[in-house]
Every structure is written in C-alpha cells, then in structure tokens.
Design a protein around this ligand. Structure first.
Ligand code: FES
Length: 122
C-alpha cells in the first residue's frame, strides 16, 4: 500500500525537481504587463516548445511555472530564469524561442531582453 510520502516522492521523481538545469517563471497576470491573450499565447508556446525539445520531466530538464504576477507589471509578458536570476521583458513566442535556445539550453542569458539580473545569495 502506498503512503502519502511515497506519492510525494513519486511526484518529485517524475518532475525531476532535484536535478533540473533551470526554472523559468512566466507571468500570465491578467493583462497588467501584457494583454491576456498575449500572455496565454506565450505560456502555451513555452510549454509546447519545452516539450518538443524534450526538456520536460527529464534529468537536466527545465522546470516551468505560470506566475500570476511578478510585480514588474510593464513591458511583459515578464519572465524570470533561475538559478541565474535573469529577469526578461517582452516574452513573446519569438523572444521565448531565443531565451529557450540561448539561455535555457545554451546557458547564455539574452542580454537584449534582460531587465535585471539578481541571482539569489548562496
Ligand atoms: S502582471 Fe505581469 S508582472 Fe505583474
């Protein structure tokens, strides 16, 4: 018989929470930083591309989280990538493709879209 702890461990393992290479947060915040339709299209694109590129639910993959608001509230959709702590503006599908290829995969933040860099303290 499985226990809640077993179930939790299974989820952690399935999502590869402990061995992802990066985590991207994308604001879909109700029209403040970008029109709702644009934010939803960006989120749908991000999810689809990460899956197409086989970066989801794999060792060394990319975690993605839909955020309600990242408190920037302008020039969005706003994105944020850890562990580097790079904040991005204008996360349209075309710009997300650059962020995916250059930063999430390549490890080089996209300076042209960066609004701030704030890695968390060790
Ligand atoms: S609504 Fe997108 S950052 Fe606040």
């Amino acid at each position: 018989m499985s226990t809640p702890a077993d179930d939790l461990a299974t989820v952690v393992e399935g999502l590869h929470l402990d061995d992802a290479r990066r985590h991207i947060f994308l604001c879909v915040g109700g029209g403040k930083c970008a029109p709702v339709e644009a934010s939803e299209a960006a989120w749908d694109f991000l999810k689809r591309r990460l899956r197409e590129l086989k970066l989801v639910d794999v060792e060394g993959g990319v975690l993605r989280t839909k955020a309600g608001c990242l408190r920037v509230c302008r020039e969005g959709p706003v994105g944020l990538v850890y562990p580097e702590g790079v904040w991005y503006r204008d996360c349209t599908p075309a710009n997300l493709e650059r962020i995916i290829q250059e930063h999430l995969i390549g490890g080089r933040p996209v300076e042209a879209l960066t609004i701030a860099v704030g890695p968390l303290a060790d």
